[in-house]
Design a protein around this ligand. Structure first.
Ligand code: NAD
Ligand code: MG
Length: 398
């Protein structure tokens, strides 16, 4: 019997890496359902190769896809649409594993649906956890979902925690002897830029990450360090720790993917070449191991590992995220929504790179914070924060 996998966001960078890992293990996994938002040509290629049972696309793309399926004689693949379709495949009875790899807030409801259906959920879509934090973690406990981090840092932390960590976390008594989480950051493509230089960087430069090949949004987030800010919040929820136990360490080589320090003076790290196939394979098979094509780390080639503290003057996004986590409630939702709007505006060249954190700061100061009591309040706040961020972008000339 093979395990049935649903890949939300199959045409993206994580989606494609997931397929790459699955292709090597057809005896263990089958691709049951996939979703895509655009790039139907790519989706068609994937469908020809993997023959999923169900595909989800936006409603306005469904007709075109149906015609393509007819031409290719793929008439047995069911086409569902929009959020309802995404939720349907995420919670589908026949699905064992859900890869949550949609980018941004659009992934929240399907990811939560997978968690509530008690699936093994491989979490790449960090924005969904940033927005819904306690609700998502509580749902995982209540419905017996296995929420496993795919984000390389969180996967590294997970690998560096004690083997009984998950049980301890579930019983609410984690006596793990952990003293600090060291969350590593590459520093992005502008690590050594001056503030003046940062003002003029282009979307193309921002999307060129030195170590990782990723989607546009996370590439810009890596360049502003907002990605590390979102990851700080992600770590607090995943590992039930408060933000002051998380230290961000800039490590430009991206060889150590994060570390856990213990009260006895031990520091455990997970290392490897920067390739998302490793954390994806780990989360797919945990507690077993799956073979991948990622070459073993050659420390003689690496030779040097460097570490430095993040510069929060040139990269204020990290502090904004820390403040939002500290404030709690709906502040992380506001941070995330305003950041998504600001990154989109930067990619369209409506605002400059250094204005991204300014827009986020403005939204944090101008959206009323409250308890994140339920998903409706979170979604409503996401919408308000987007409106405020968009209006501010117009006001500052974007
Ligand atoms: P990407 O832009 O390459 O792919 C995004 C996927 O989501 C695509 O399949 C796209 O069709 C789909 N999508 C986009 N907007 C959508 C919408 N409104 N509704 C439904 N589907 C939509 O992004 P990525 O780099 O693969 O990142 C995906 C997620 O994984 C992000 O949350 C990112 O932060 C996280 N992540 C990525 C990496 C990486 O190396 N790429 C590493 C860690 C975490
Ligand atoms: Mg990461």
């Amino acid at each position: 019997m093979t395990q049935a996998v649903c890949i939300l966001g199959v045409t993206g960078s994580i989606g494609q890496s997931t397929l790459k890992v699955l292709e090597q293990h057809p005896d263990q996994y089958n691709v049951f359902a996939v979703s895509a938002y655009s790039r139907l040509d790519e989706l068609l290629k994937i469908c020809k190769q993997h023959r999923p049972k169900v595909v989800v696309v936006p409603n306005e793309k469904a007709l075109e896809l149906k015609e393509l399926f007819n031409q290719e004689n793929l008439i047995n693949i069911e086409i569902l649409t929009d959020q309802s379709g995404l939720i349907a495949i995420a919670e589908h009875n026949d699905v064992d594993i859900v890869m949550a790899a949609i980018v941004g807030a659009a992934g929240l409801l399907p990811t939560l649906a997978a968690v509530k259906a008690g699936k093994r959920v491989l979490l790449a879509n960090k924005e969904s956890l940033v927005m819904s934090g306690d609700i998502m973690m509580q749902a995982a406990r209540q419905h017996g979902a296995l929420l496993l981090p795919v984000d390389s840092e969180h996967n590294a932390i997970f690998q560096s925690l004690p083997h009984d960590y998950l049980d301890a976390e579930r019983t609410g008594q984690p006596q793990l002897g952990v003293s600090q989480i060291l969350l590593t950051a590459s520093g992005g493509p502008f690590l050594n830029h001056t503030l003046d230089q940062l003002k003029d960087v282009t979307p193309q430069q921002a999307c060129k990450h030195p170590n990782w090949s990723m989607g546009q949004k996370i590439s810009v987030d890596s360049a502003t360090l907002m990605n590390k800010g979102l990851e700080l919040i992600e770590a607090c929820h995943l590992f039930s720790i408060s933000e002051h136990f998380v230290t961000v360490v800039v490590h430009p080589q991206s060889i150590i993917h994060s570390m856990v320090q213990y009260v006895d003076g031990s520091t455990l790290a997970q290392m490897g070449n920067p390739d998302m196939c490793t954390p994806i394979a780990h989360a797919l098979a945990w507690p077993k191991r799956l073979k991948t094509d990622v070459p073993a780390l050659n420390l003689f080639d690496v030779a040097h590992l460097n570490f430095q503290s993040p510069d929060t003057i040139r990269f204020p996004a990290l502090d904004l995220a820390r403040q939002a986590m500290r404030a709690g409630g709906l502040a992380p939702t506001v941070l995330n929504a305003a950041n998504e709007v600001a990154v989109a505006a930067f990619l369209k060249q409506q605002i400059g790179f250094t204005q991204i954190p300014e827009v986020v700061d403005y939204a944090l100061q101008n959206v009323q914070n409250a308890k994140a009591e339920n998903i409706d309040i979170i979604l409503h706040t996401d919408m308000i924060a987007r409106q405020i961020a968009e209006k501010h972008i117009v006001d500052i000339g974007g």
